[in-house]
Design a protein around this ligand. Structure first.
Ligand code: ARG
Length: 453
């Protein structure tokens, strides 16, 4: 039974029903819809639409329905209702008869769905905050385990300068902390209650919307009815926050996929999160990381989808907005499972220190050190940079690292080079020099880790 039959003399076509019904997607809002309905029963009882006894009876039936759907959720979809609001209302009427028909007084599905969805966003947002915090924790644990493993740092995917593995971990901690901040910020803005705004113009009953908002744990009521029923900024913000966070996850996944490659061999991933090849017995593939990287695409897609759906929509509610949920649900599911998987991957990850160190020793990652050495001996940096470039060309030609040149040979490039140059070309010295705040010297990385803890 539809909620709106009176004006119509013909049945909806099957195709229209299939096209229009949103229950297969919005069934996930069932708890929010019931909780919102309970709050609404109180609100209309307070303005005399329901007697106290009627209100108690409606709330009892709604509570009972909540337990039933938690117990047997499959009954929602099999009801064939148009949407979750219709399902709740028709189930209520089946339980309490005509009294159930009073609940929708002064309310519209427009303020109802806006409220349900905000409640859902707040709940899921909190869960995601927990999962972001877990990944942050897994990175801190990994930093602690492998803090002083030395590996090459890259720019342009070329070995650039050595860095501590702990420093790499803490780089991602910074990113996930920003994600946490962004999500907290979005949740603050989502914390206004649309219920009591009616279809678009406000409800005709003189209720206290502050009390109503409070009863649903919102910080405040939404202040403009036209905006309240047509605002989907919270959906867009969550999709956007998820997109940025997935971008971080995908970069971390990509780094680790490379570190795990046969070419680098910097890390070993746990068997638990890798898979074999059906053909090649030697393979241990980083599927978990590749899927994190891959799922980033659908999250971006949903963001662009909802932005485009909302673009240029006239006030107030339009059915276009029913398209807001499928993408959002998929975004939050994808984000959550990727974070969970990332934490698992990080917890079982081992660094192969022999490989990271020998890679850091190759590739002329200490060339900058030699330039800085020449600067200390009085050469202007630009000139030192040029001289060291020539040293590197010679070293490549002889297939050896800079530090394997004899002193006399090095002095042919710059006469100021002395025996002490060898001390400054070691990996330890490269790291130790980066001791300004934010650098990769081991004391700095340890201090950064302690500060995070
Ligand atoms: N299923 C609808 C949605 O998700 C609920 C609101 C329907 N409102 C309306 N005026 N038809 O947007």
């Amino acid at each position: 039974m539809a909620l709106w039959g009176g004006r119509f003399s013909q049945e909806s076509s099957e195709l229209f029903k299939l096209f229009n019904d949103s229950l297969p997607v919005d069934y996930r809002l069932v708890e929010e819809d019931i909780v919102g309905s309970i709050a609404w029963a109180d609100a209309i009882a307070a303005v005399g639409i329901l007697t106290d006894a009627e209100c108690v009876e409606l709330k009892r039936a709604l509570g009972e329905l909540l337990e039933e759907v938690q117990d047997k959720p499959e009954q929602i979809i099999s009801s064939g209702a148009e949407d979750i609001h219709s399902f709740v209302e028709q189930s209520l009427i089946a339980k309490v008869g005509d009294l159930g028909k009073k609940l929708h007084t002064g309310r519209s599905r427009n303020d109802q769905v806006a409220t349900d969805l905000k409640l859902w966003c707040k709940k899921e947002g909190q869960a995601l905050l927990g999962q972001l915090t877990q990944v942050r924790g897994a990175l801190l644990d990994l930093a602690e385990r492998e803090l002083d493993a030395v590996m090459p740092g890259y720019t342009h995917l070329q070995r650039a300068q050595p860095v501590a593995f702990g420093h790499w971990c803490l780089a991602y901690v910074e990113m996930f902390e920003r994600d946490i901040g962004r999500l907290q910020d979005a949740l603050k803005r989502a914390d206004t209650c649309p219920l009591g705004c009616g279809a678009l113009a406000g409800t005709a009953y003189p209720m206290d919307r502050h009390v109503l908002a409070q009863s649903l744990n919102f910080a405040a009521p939404a202040l403009n009815s036209l905006d309240a029923v047509s605002d989907r900024d919270h959906v867009i913000e969550l999709c956007s926050d998820a997109s940025i966070s997935m971008m971080h996850l995908s970069r971390m996944a990509e780094d680790l996929i490379f570190f795990n490659s046969g070419e680098a061999g910097f890390i070993e991933l746990a068997d638990q999160v890798t898979s074999g090849s059906s053909l090649m017995p030697q393979k241990k593939n980083p599927d978990a990381l590749e899927l994190i990287r891959g799922k980033t695409g659908r999250v971006y897609g949903a963001l662009v989808g909802i932005l485009t759906t909302m673009k240029a929509l006239p006030l107030a509610y339009n059915k276009d907005m029913q398209e807001d949920k499928e993408g959002l649900f998929d975004v939050m599911d994808s984000w959550a499972i990727c974070l969970e998987m990332a934490a698992l991957v990080l917890s079982g990850l081992k660094v192969n220190r022999a490989n990271t160190l020998s890679a850091a020793q190759q590739g002329y990652a200490n060339a900058t050190e030699l330039a800085d050495y020449l600067v200390a001996k009085g050469m202007p940096f630009r000139e030192a940079h040029h001289v060291v470039g020539e040293v590197v060309v010679a070293a490549i030609a002889e297939k050896k690292p800079i530090e394997n040149f004899e002193l006399a040979k090095l002095q042919t490039f710059a006469s100021s080079i002395e025996q002490d140059v060898y001390d400054c070309l070691t990996i330890d010295s490269c790291l130790a020099k980066r001791e300004a705040l934010g650098g990769t010297s081991l004391p700095q990385v340890k201090a950064a880790l302690n500060a995070k803890r």
